[in-house]
Design a protein around this ligand. Structure first.
Ligand code: ADP
Ligand code: MG
Length: 582
């Protein structure tokens, strides 16, 4: 089915009698490649770049300079172009991926504008606005690609290979992790994704793709000047991708096809309509984009896709990943908080909390709303750094480590408000948990060599779904789940992660009575198997029937610790809960 994309290679044959359309076809393929780079960047990773044309410029000028000025082979030009685009991406991304909000788009605009000005003014090197002419044609297997028909075969082949590689990426641990990052970086980090590193890699991939498109563009026209690598061009690519549907591969290609055709048509039409010459396309693009987004906020393709037959996924059948062997004896301390402290402004949310969690036990952390329980979870898992105190996991100090470094050591958590990814299937949401247990990197994934590991990751996720009773919904989008099912899915994701120490923040909130009993049975079974559970919940019946020990917090401080019976009798606890005089 996926290989159906190769049918695009028939287009040059169909259009062979129409040289003009062959040229447009090349422009479509090259714009499509740039739009696909935005699928990676915006569609998957949720970043915005106004510099994709500048990356193209790197690819184009590198090969122009090396072939025209130094007389080298275009393949040196390709290598240099890719290296330059990667370098630009490294600088741009390296400076900004850690920053939130608008820093990345703004700095891409700045670089885009600066490089454009540079290309126009370094007349001695780049030929200024006149550019560089007489680039040699590419030669493949002895054939010079010196006409639009031959070149179309190459540009479409590159486009199709890019589509297949990105399809591999989408259905891999990296694709899921990128989508998760876009939705919720904290949740992604909690199962081992290093947000800054992964964003940077996505940025590098997108930069290299645009650089490759620039190289192909230069040898197609056999001439480069700054115009096609301007900010307007970058905006055009963004508009294409967004209008077509930046979240899907067919969407960005639809956008590329539409706008390549539109551009040509508008160039003829607008001067007629307006009665004068000028670059009015940009305004027209803006209007078209606004129109499309009003009609279809996700872009055109998702709108059309509703009328296409829905593909049924299939359930995984591979062997799950092996369960990690328990690493020590029952009863030994696995997680220890020593004097944890955290203040928000003047409010001491957690104030000197000590406790130890022992292997195989279920420890409940209870207390009135605002007592500091969720903040304690965030301190233990690295989601926020403590102001004071230390945390030890399996005897190793983890204070101040970020969540993506802590998780792989064997600590997993769920959130008070489920952090799931509604557009992913239930199975894929659970499979996110296996991120830290799988290894395939970008090169393996893009080449499609991650299949076996991916199958095992999905099988692991499916086994975890069975454990919480959600296997019947595996292929549904997570958006369909009830509040209770969402909590169970977070637990399944946690089980798929193989973490031994499970921190559950109000897992029973929103569950029905029957579901709560199931949950209690599951947690008890897990504890018997050697998992260790720290649970926060407000349902006292559940907690009292489940917990081996209870730690009670109030106003950020630990006020009691003991067996459920002991804390229930404790006058301080009764006072905190019931407002009784102590
Ligand atoms: P619990 O989970 O026990 O209900 P929390 O740990 O969520 O309590 O909150 C403890 C206190 O810290 C509350 O008063 C809450 O308003 C405050 N708090 C929690 N997170 C933040 C934050 N990010 N910024 C400011 N105040 C916060
Ligand atoms: Mg809370």
């Amino acid at each position: 089915m996926r290989y159906g994309w190769f049918l695009l290679l028939l287009l040059p044959f169909l259009l062979a009698p129409f040289p003009f359309y062959l040229t447009l076809l090349n422009f479509f393929a090259l714009s499509g490649l740039v739009a696909l780079s935005l699928y990676v960047l915006t569609g998957l990773a949720g970043m915005t770049s106004f510099a994709q044309a500048a990356f193209m410029g790197m690819g184009a000028y590198a090969t122009a300079l090396l072939t025209v000025k130094a007389g080298l082979s275009p393949w040196f030009g390709l290598a240099a172009g890719l290296a330059l685009s990667l370098l630009l991406a490294l600088v741009l991304g390296g400076l900004t991926v850690r920053l939130k909000g608008h820093f990345l788009p703004l700095s891409t605009i700045a670089w885009q504008v600066a490089l454009y000005i540079l290309a126009g003014n370094l007349v001695g090197l780049t030929g200024g606005h006149t550019g560089l002419t007489d680039l040699p044609p590419l030669v493949l297997l002895g054939f010079p690609l010196d006409n639009a028909f031959r070149y179309g075969l190459l540009s479409l082949l590159v486009l199709v290979l890019a589509v297949l590689a990105l399809h591999n990426l989408r259905f891999s641990r990296l694709g899921r992790a990128l989508l998760a990052l876009r939705g919720d970086a904290l949740a992604a980090a909690s199962f081992g994704v290093d947000p800054a590193a992964l964003r940077l890699k996505a940025f590098l991939l997108a930069g290299a793709m645009a650089g490759l498109a620039g190289f192909l563009y230069a040898h197609f026209l056999r001439f480069v000047n700054p115009t096609p690598f301007s900010l307007e061009a970058s905006i055009k690519y963004l508009v294409m991708a967004v209008a077509g549907g930046v979240g899907t591969i067919p969407g960005v290609l639809l956008g590329a096809a539409l706008f390549t055709g539109l551009e040509d048509w508008l160039k003829d039409l607008l001067p007629l309509l307006l009665g004068r010459q000028g670059n009015y396309e940009t305004i027209a693009y803006g209007l078209v984009l606004a129109g499309i987004l009003l009609l279809a906020p996700q872009g055109l393709f998702p709108l059309l896709a509703r009328f296409l037959p829905r593909k049924e996924g299939s359930l995984p059948r591979a062997e799950p990943l092996p369960l990690p062997a328990p690493s020590g004896a029952r009863g030994e301390v696995v997680l220890e908080a020593q004097g944890l402290r955290k203040a928000f402004g003047g409010l001491l949310a957690v104030n000197g909390v000590f406790f130890a969690l022992r292997r195989g036990e279920i420890l409940a952390l209870i207390g009135p709303n605002g007592a500091g329980k969720s903040t304690t979870f965030n301190l233990l898992t690295g989601a926020i750094p403590p102001d004071g105190g230390r945390v030890f996991l399996f005897g190793k100090e983890i204070t101040g480590l970020p969540p993506h470094r802590i998780h792989p050591l064997g600590l997993g958590r769920t959130f008070q408000h489920p952090h799931l990814f509604p557009e992913l299937s239930v199975l894929e949401n659970a499979a996110l948990g296996t991120y830290a247990r799988t290894r395939a990197g970008f090169s393996r994934v893009l080449l499609g060599l991650h299949g076996e590991e991916e199958a095992r990751a999905l099988a692991t996720a499916y086994r975890a779904l069975k454990r919480v009773g959600l296997e019947g919904l595996a292929l549904e989008p997570a958006a369909r789940l009830t509040a209770g099912q969402q909590r169970l899915l977070e637990i399944a994701r946690l089980l798929a992660s193989g973490a031994e120490v499970l921190l559950l923040d109000e897992p029973a909130a929103g569950l029905r009575a029957g579901e709560k009993r199931e949950l209690a049975r599951l947690l008890k079974a897990l504890a018997r198997e050697g998992y260790t559970v720290l649970i926060v919940d407000h349902d006292m019946d559940l907690i009292m029937g489940l917990a081996d020990r209870v730690v009670v917090m109030n106003y950020g401080e630990k006020i009691a610790e003991g067996t459920p019976e002991e804390v229930q009798r404790n006058p301080l606890v009764r006072a905190a809960y019931l407002g009784e005089a102590a």
